[in-house]
Design a protein around this ligand. Structure first.
Ligand SMILES: NC(=O)c1ccc[n+]([C@@H]2O[C@H](COP(=O)([O-])OP(=O)(O)OC[C@H]3O[C@@H](n4cnc5c(N)ncnc54)[C@H](OP(=O)(O)O)[C@@H]3O)[C@@H](O)[C@H]2O)c1
Length: 335
């Protein structure tokens, strides 16, 4: 199996190589791809060095699967070109997510929708994936009416340049003027919390907030879901956290909610306030699971609960989910 990793030098791409290695996919040929400026640079996979190739070279090699993590414009331009030569593209950008002709997949929830006809498959937004992993099993049991989510998102979610901005600002706090800051955010992120993730779009929501509001409906197959979101960037390097308030149509039992989540594959229940056990982004880094805790009744209205959901945005929020899609395609003879 020839697999191309497009965006192999980036934040997601680097983790993608690690996850592919850990999960031991049947790769006979790895094709790392990045922009023209990186062609010839080396990346490592399974202890060996591989040279970055250009998009056109990768297309001419006709890989069975190409996992894209190189931004929306790159996907819009190149995913169809890979698909034309028979490659199945799994795309991490937002380019195809809401396209009605493309599937938006979290394998634990809707991988069974995939068929041999799907040549471009969309991987959802990082903060969406961790939220639906928790919402979906509860929706099946109690039917969700409305969700209010506030996110606390790490800078690695914006990419390499944002991690560089935070690190430069930290260095300058210790030693003023020691490092040049190339800001990707509109303000300093160190010692700050920015109530803006991505650009402002319709109704004064940001694009990130609209992803959180729209993508779950498509993944969970229910357009009646009502979701409102506020997405906030915080000076944390890895792991996104979310405060989620969920109102159900039906009554629920708190112990049963915890039991359902404890038994949901890919979800880890960390909920023991007496012993100060709850999910934290610091401990989610490098892990593939979604962590949920602080589960409690919203005492301000019936049939409503609050919880706190944390995951590594580069893993389950991006690379792990994409590799799980590849695994499903391979295991089911869809590629
Ligand atoms: N970071 C996250 O948590 C996260 C989560 C889910 C989805 N995503 C999505 O994943 C994608 C990558 O994000 P990232 O955080 O990894 O960004 P990043 O660190 O900035 O990396 C971007 C990657 O794309 C490559 N690239 C840029 N332009 C290209 C072109 N024209 N042709 C080929 N390769 C090109 C870059 O190569 P060079 O090194 O050569 O410039 C680099 O490898 C984005 O679409 C993002 O929305 C990110």
């Amino acid at each position: 199996m020839k697999i191309a990793v497009v965006g192999a030098t980036g934040m997601v791409g680097q983790v993608m190589l690690k996850v592919l290695e850990e999960r031991n996919l049947p790769i006979t040929e790895l094709i790392p791809v990045a922009s023209e400026k990186s062609v010839g640079k080396k990346v490592s996979y399974k202890g060996k060095e591989f040279s970055i190739v250009s998009m056109d070279t990768a297309i001419s090699m006709k890989p069975e699967i190409a996992i894209f993590s190189a931004g929306g414009n790159t996907s819009l331009e190149y995913a169809p070109k890979f698909a034309e030569v028979g490659t199945v593209v799994i795309d991490n950008s937002s380019a195809w997510r809401m396209d009605p002709t493309k599937k938006l997949v979290v394998p634990e929830i809707n991988a069974s929708e995939l068929t041999k006809e799907d040549k471009i498959i969309a991987n959802p937004n990082c903060s969406t994936i961790q939220m639906v992993m928790v919402l979906n099993p509860l929706h099946k049991k109690y039917k969700i009416k409305r969700v209010i989510v506030s996110t606390y998102q790490s800078v690695s979610g914006t990419g390499k340049a944002a991690v560089d901005q935070l690190n430069a600002e930290i260095a300058n706090a210790v030693n003023p003027g020691s490092v040049e800051v190339n800001a990707v955010y509109p303000y300093q992120i160190f010692k700050n919390a920015l109530p803006q993730c991505d650009v402002f779009y319709t109704d004064d929501y940001t694009k990130e907030e609209l992803k959180l509001m729209n993508e779950p409906k498509k993944i969970m197959g229910d357009d009646s879901l009502k979701i409102t979101a506020t997405a906030v960037r915080i000076p944390v390097q890895g792991g996104h956290s979310e405060s989620v308030n969920v109102e159900f149509e039906n009554e629920f039992d708190l112990a049963e909610v915890k039991e359902i989540l404890a038994n949901t594959p890919g979800v880890v229940l960390q909920d023991d306030v007496e012993n100060k056990v709850y999910p934290m982004c610091f401990y989610s880094e490098g892990k593939d699971e979604v962590f949920v805790g602080r589960i409690r009744r919203d005492i301000s209205q019936p049939n409503t609960l609050n919880c706190w959901i944390v995951a590594d945005n580069l893993r389950k929020g991006a690379a792990t989910n994409a590799v799980q899609i590849a695994e499903y395609l391979i295991a089911n003879g869809l590629v």
